[in-house]
Ligand binder design. Structure first.
Ligand code: GLU
Length: 484
């Protein structure tokens, strides 16, 4: 190995948002680096100006930071091998393309787009793979000089020698072999003087001393071109590891049409970063046992490229939901409070003030009942507002001619207690039931409807105690008015 310390990179093209597949690539690189005490680099591959999206780099960086996937070198961090934005390295690529031209491993091509289109059409008609026909390979030095001085637009192409076998060892797939006959004379420098992905990627991986290229399977077919480039430069190739595709439940390629693919969507829906990271880690990797719940330190210590699968990984949203609950359950009340406060700002209760003490009580009774922290505002809305209506089925089943009388008496009794404890609410309920010579249920259910509007939820005495005497009494008064 070139270097004892592994150096890996995540090299996204900033196309607008971070795809969950990108998150997985970033995560595997990160886990690999941390596990092996190596370095993890973020490099932005922004040489395709047609796909340039303003703000995409910032968005990528902030999404990685949300997921707590931390890198050692990168555009906002600097490092020995920077700059880490490819658009700031154009001279480096041109210099390297020139070296290849000098060594006849690449050549200038002045073909017009019309010529290339008609070439492609002819090849399509003949049912053969469209490829450049090396038309400009044999231009003389004079012709090239002349064309350049005339300012003719040009590209620089890789000179692929046909009739060769290109072999490389993929850490996940084993030996991969391609025939050079199917590799096109790839453009390395485009007419706009920007390098293509292939040239910039290889040059940077070499100059940045990358030891392992860990990336998605969709790049496997580009690897022969890269291997040819490494050879052309006389450089050692890094270790390649192509990660399996992500699939929808029907085993088609993961797509927007069947669900969210942007990390941001999951973040906005309230998924915990710990859960999403845990979930994504399992998309193609397993420690070899049945363990599914991992915190980040466990992932770092158990991750290995040797246990990454070849076959596609199905994106199973139920598993993500389950993991989200599991990670939520591990949070302390203090952490939940912080999360609830931040959700409160975006909720319809944003203008209202609540003490920490109040919110902690709500958390105490609701945390086991929700999969997302913001569900506390949905399922436990009655802690934040009076019920606007009463569940119809509940009213039908639980509200009878005696209910109003019962609740009235319950309210009168509570009124007399200074500041009722949970036990006071409970004892008063028993007393009321005894007084009416009826079961506790005939008090509990109407009372539950009165304060919460719904049938289920945490223990009724908890609800009463949390919302307090004043609200309990006024909600009883309201239901009596509304239902009689
Ligand atoms: N820029 C490529 C992408 O957007 C990087 C592929 C690679 O890692 O080589 O995914």
């Amino acid at each position: 190995m070139i270097n004892d310390i592994p150096r890996v990179r995540f090299a996204p093209s900033p196309t607008g948002y971070l795809h969950v597949g990108g998150l997985r690539t970033a995560l595997y690189n990160y886990l690999f680096a941390r596990n092996r005490k190596g370095k993890f680099i973020l490099r932005i591959e922004d040489t395709d100006r047609n796909r340039y999206v303003p703000g995409a780099v910032e968005n990528l960086i902030s999404t990685l930071s949300w997921a707590a996937i931390d890198y050692d070198e990168g555009p906002d961090k600097g490092g020995e091998y920077g700059p880490y934005l490819q658009s700031e390295r154009l001279d480096i690529y041109k210099e390297h393309a020139d070296i290849l031209v000098k060594n006849k491993k690449a050549y200038y091509c002045f073909c017009s787009s019309e010529r290339l289109t008609s070439l492609r059409e002819v090849q399509q008609k003949q049912n053969i793979q469209s490829m450049y026909d090396k038309h400009c390979l044999d231009l003389s030095e004079e012709e090239i000089k002349h064309n350049l001085s005339e300012g003719l637009p040009y590209v620089i192409r890789l000179n692929v020698e046909h009739g060769k076998k290109i072999k490389f060892n993929d850490h996940i797939r084993g030996e991969v072999e391609f025939s050079s006959d199917v590799v096109d004379d790839q453009v390395l420098i485009k007419t706009d003087k920007y390098p293509t992905y292939h040239l910039a990627n290889v040059v940077d991986d070499h100059l940045m001393k990358i030891t392992h290229v860990i990336r998605g399977e969709e790049w496997l077919s580009s690897t022969p071109k890269h291997v040819i480039l490494y050879k052309a430069f006389g450089w050692e190739t890094p270790v390649f590891a192509h990660l399996p595709l992500l699939l929808n439940a029907d085993r088609s390629k993961l797509s927007k049409r069947q669900g969210d693919v942007a990390v941001e969507d999951y973040k906005n829906k309230g998924y915990l970063k710990e859960a999403l990271v845990n979930f994504v880690a399992l998309l193609g990797w397993t420690a070899g046992d049945d363990k599914e719940y991992y915190d980040i330190d466990e992932l770092i210590s158990s991750f290995s490229l040797d246990r990454v699968n070849k076959s596609g990984a199905v994106f199973n949203i139920e598993k993500l939901n389950w993991l989200n609950e599991e990670h939520l359950r591990k949070k302390t009340d203090a952490e939940l409070l912080q999360m609830l406060r931040s959700e409160l700002k975006d909720s319809r209760y944003s203008g209202q003030e609540y003490t920490d003490e109040y919110l902690l009580k709500v958390i105490g009774v609701m945390k086991e009942r929700v999969s997302f922290i913001k569900e506390i505002f949905e399922k436990g809305f009655y802690f934040f507002e009076e019920p606007a209506s009463y569940e119809e089925a509940g009213v039908k089943k639980r509200w009878n001619i005696q209910s109003a009388e019962i609740l009235k008496q319950y309210a009168e009794k509570i009124e007399q207690v200074g500041s009722p404890t949970k036990e006071d609410y409970e004892n008063t309920l028993k007393d009321t039931a005894t007084h009416f010579n009826t079961g506790n249920g005939n008090v509990i259910h109407p009372l539950r409807l009165a304060v919460s509007g719904v049938g289920g939820g945490p223990g009724i005495f908890d609800i009463l105690y949390i919302i307090g005497k004043e609200k309990t009494l006024s909600r009883i008064e309201t239901i009596i008015k509304k239902l009689t």
